[in-house]
Write a new protein. Structure first.
Length: 244
């Protein structure tokens, strides 16, 4: 299994912590965010990891160079457009890494091993989006509209009446899924607004014509690190031993 991690951004909402180092290198206990991600991926059987880097790329590459070991290949792709494009641009850059089954995850998503195991053991589907549920959703949540386990819509602006869950930023592509996704990414970047789009907008479009399934992880620990409060919660996950 291959994983593609999108870690090109700076993480400006965490300034000044990210003034000189990217978000993925922020320390969480004994390891940085990306080190936790790679450890959990490797623990779950992922043996090939591609990290899309951008801001202060050399710092990330230096850390990653120390993590490769027999049975685990790690390499990077540099995204020179990280400061003018959203993460759809990083997906386009990595599209040639998406020829077979693969995981796609945001570089700021932290989760316990059981989250990944639940996704990897989900019923076969071309595209599976990992979701969680909670009592209410705010404007920054990537909200999901479901029909059973099938994803109908995904986006931050979904109204409460059409919101059943949220995406955690971890997807699995199997079978025909990689080709479906890559084709959709390439089409999205042929329009002027594509450069400022995020890849889950492509998933929203794909769901209109292809079956996109979901894997729920209710009760398991995860967090997205966007703001200082998120960083504190991620630090608590580490302190509580949820990631070991």
């Amino acid at each position: 299994m291959k994983a593609v991690i999108l870690s090109a951004g700076q993480g400006s909402r965490l300034l000044p912590l990210t003034a000189e180092r990217p978000k993925c290198l922020l320390p969480l206990g004994p390891k940085s965010l990306i080190e936790w991600q790679i450890e959990i991926l490797s623990r779950s059987g992922v043996d090939e990891i591609v990290v899309v880097v951008g801001f202060r790329a050399a710092l990330v590459e230096a850390v990653l160079a120390g993590l490769a070991r027999p049975g685990l290949a790690i390499r990077t792709l540099f995204n020179p457009f990280y400061n003018v494009a959203d993460n759809l641009g990083s997906c386009w850059l990595a599209r040639h890494e998406m020829a077979g089954d693969f995981l796609l995850l945001n570089g700021d998503t932290l989760f316990e091993t059981a989250v990944l195991q639940r996704l990897l053991h989900s019923p076969p589907a071309p595209i599976t989006v990992t979701i969680d549920r909670k009592a209410g959703y705010d404007a920054d949540d990537m909200k999901v509209h479901l029909d059973g386990a099938r994803l109908i819509e995904i986006g931050k602006t979904l109204p409460p009446a059409r919101t059943n869950a949220e995406s955690i930023g971890l997807l699995l592509f199997r079978g025909a899924g990689p080709e479906i996704f890559v084709d959709a990414v390439e089409r999205a970047l042929r329009v002027s607004e594509g450069l400022k789009s995020f890849y889950l907008k492509v998933i929203d479009l794909v769901a209109k014509s292809h079956r996109v399934e979901t894997a729920t992880i209710e009760g398991l620990a995860w967090g997205e690190v966007d703001y200082p409060a998120d960083l504190q919660r991620a630090e608590q996950l580490v302190a509580d031993g949820r990631l070991v």
